[in-house]
Design a protein around this ligand. Sequence first.
Ligand code: URA
Length: 237
Amino acid sequence: MERLQKIIANSGYCSRRKAEELITRGEVLVNGKVVTSLGTKASYSDQITVSGHNLKLENKEYILLYKPRGVVTTTSDEKGRKTVIDLVDTTNRLYPVGRLDYDTSGLLLLTNDGELANLLIHPRNNVDKVYVAKVEGIVKVELIKKMCSGVVIDGKKTARAKAKIKKIDKKKNFSLIELTIHEGKNHQVKKMFEAIGYKVIKLKREKFGPLNLNGLKSGEYRHLTIKEVKTLYSLFK
Ligand code: URA
């Protein structure tokens, strides 16, 4: 059971604040009965009607996309660039869970399940994200350790992170580092490396919680199985 305004917002119909307004105006019905109290709880199996529209609460879609570089993580772009939503064939209004930069590739979830999306991106919930960064130059182990114990970006210290040096190419002058973080600040990985004096020249997200990119090529996607969705929810029990 959850507060009615949250269920309405999670359905993607409108914001939570707007839902509260509609409830107090008497525009919301639960199983055919008008509800005007903001404390009312309901479940996702109830029939909720908002301003005459029956919400389809069970019609959830979960897509795991291997985002290519050169695509924006938004639902529409004012500059007319290709968005992650353009890459999938769906009739639902899906939203990206978190964000990958235009020039970052890798695992991105798209869903209309606002409840799960919020759980997955909330910093309190510590969902691990694994990135592989190609950085210019040959990294120094002490600096990588320093980065993992926390560096200040945008005035705040980052949480502990884990790193593995996967490759050092002295000839071509680059290093490949696998970095596991559970926060999701803007441009976090690039800024963490910048804080220790390295420039990220390529970035890919390989894992998001228990999910990985196995079997997918850049630009491809698949639907999550019911079991995978349940596993994601079980992370927060
Ligand atoms: N960190 C970044 O710097 N960029 C991304 O796209 C994701 C994490």
